[in-house]
Design a protein. Structure first.
Ligand code: GLU
Ligand code: MG
Length: 440
């Protein structure tokens, strides 16, 4: 029987609270809309995750924009268990004449990549590792990382992998993680813009697949104050203009090429100011604490999961080439951060390091949380902001970082974050975590 409906395709953008928002059309209209997009408005960028528009904001009730679909960024799958296919196309927010809009984070990532390429010839390969927890699963308790922990959720894991595969996300591994009812899913490395698109699609496909089972998948950074954190680990590496790997140099400390080292130095230098963008909620800062395998200092280390920038291992089994595997992982991120903006600021900060030709930071071993001030200082280690409020202050104080954006964008970003800070002022941590648990 022919269904009574025609499937919809959604043209979407990701906002400053990392919420996917957009408008939907019947599939047969997409081609026609490709050139001019769908309507959008400036004030939408001031939406908080609590269904309010941050006030004050620079936009008010006036103005109109378009979201132009990027037809190469369509993610479609019929395998989430929904009645109609999951189908979305990521778009760029533009003005009515088609010129880029200052608040489009996808454009910001594209521009950051272009700036890096122009200055250095380098392109970025990236991948986002996502951790999440299932709620309302009604599972019997199970062991961390165990075979049984994955099997008791069957067929959730194979169904999720099939949906991600069909959507073109190239999923790699699904894990029953360390935390209670916690899972992790990874995807194959790809060019940075595609990786950020995939990150958004992974979150939505995972939530939808869980929802269709009667469960809730939460990517909130801390679903309870003492719960294991849900991180988003952003892996990156470089290729040069000839397509050759440019991150690896076995002759240097940590095997980091001089360019990759300068990039890391730039990231660490600006890290406190980047945190409100990559760890963007009040609850994010319950996760960024020592001894949680997240990150808490401006710290580069070789294969240490407490570091903010972790140099990842390579495998030499069967004579495999390390140069193409070699990558660095940024761990101070979670799914309350917009993936385009997160990657854009990492790249902008890295480019500052490259432009200033900064030396590779020291590879730190040990535990910064027990080092005295002198030791921290000699290694250049600074504690990351401990609240969203402090992180926002660090951003607003770093003129180089704010200088990457239009002033209206910074004003909008600060407005949304202040709304989150004010909502939770004086609220206990368990209430904060519970609210974000349900929202993400
Ligand atoms: N759950 C940890 C986090 O919050 C990460 C654990 C791991 O290394 O996979 O980032
Ligand atoms: Mg993990």
């Amino acid at each position: 029987m022919t269904p009574a409906w025609e499937p919809l395709v959604s043209i979407v953008t990701t906002d400053l609270a990392a919420i996917t928002r957009g408008r939907s059309v019947t599939e047969s209209k997409l081609e026609r809309l490709a050139a001019t997009g769908i309507g959008w408005l400036q004030a939408n960028l001031s939406l908080t995750p609590f269904n309010a528009i941050a006030d004050p904001n620079p936009w008010g009730s006036s103005g109109d924009l378009r979201i132009l679909p990027d037809m190469g960024a369509r993610f479609r799958t019929g395998k989430t268990g929904s009645a109609t296919p999951f189908d979305l196309v990521f778009g760029d927010i533009v003005q009515l004449d088609g010129t880029p809009w200052l608040g489009c984070t996808r454009t910001m990532l594209r521009d950051a990549l272009a700036a890096l390429k122009k200055a250095t010839g380098l392109s970025v390969i990236a991948t986002f590792e996502h951790e999440f927890q299932i709620f309302d699963g009604g599972f019997p308790s199970s062991h961390s990382l165990s075979f049984e922990a994955l099997r008791r959720a069957d067929p959730f894991a194979p169904q999720l992998m099939a949906a991600l595969e069909e959507a073109g996300i190239a999923p790699e591994v699904i894990i029953a993680e360390f935390g209670e009812d916690q899972f992790e899913v990874t995807h194959a490395p790809t060019d940075a813009l595609n990786a950020a698109d995939r990150a958004v699609a992974i979150r939505e496909i995972t939530r939808e697949t869980a929802r269709n089972t009667g469960w809730r998948a939460s990517f909130a950074p801390k679903t309870a104050p003492l719960a294991v954190g849900n991180g988003v680990h952003i892996h990156f590496s470089f290729i040069d203009s000839e397509g050759n790997p440019a991150t690896y140099d076995p002759a240097r400390p940590g095997r980091l090429s001089a360019k990759a080292g300068a990039f890391c130095a730039g990231v660490l230098r600006h890290l406190p100011a980047l945190t409100p963008m990559t760890a963007a909620s009040v609850s994010s800062y319950y996760r960024l604490k020592p001894h949680s395998w997240s990150s808490s200092y401006t710290w580069l280390a070789d294969q240490d999961r407490e570091a903010t920038l972790r140099i990842c291992p390579t495998v030499s089994i069967g004579g495999r080439d390390p140069a193409r595997q070699f990558n660095i992982e940024y761990r101070a991120a979670d799914a309350t951060g917009n993936p385009y903006l997160s990657l854009a600021v990492i790249i902008r900060a890295g480019l500052e390091g490259l432009n200033a030709n900064l030396p590779t930071p020291p590879l730190v071993t040990g535990d910064p949380s027990v080092m005295d001030e002198t030791a921290l200082k000699s290694l250049g280690l600074v504690r990351l902001p401990e609240t969203l409020d402090a992180a926002l202050d660090a951003l607003l104080a770093d003129r180089i970082v704010t200088g990457w954006f239009a002033p209206e964008f910074i004003e909008t970003f600060a407005g949304v974050k202040k709304a989150e800070i004010e909502k939770f002022a004086d609220k206990p941590a368990d209430e904060v975590c519970d609210t974000y648990r349900k929202l993400y």
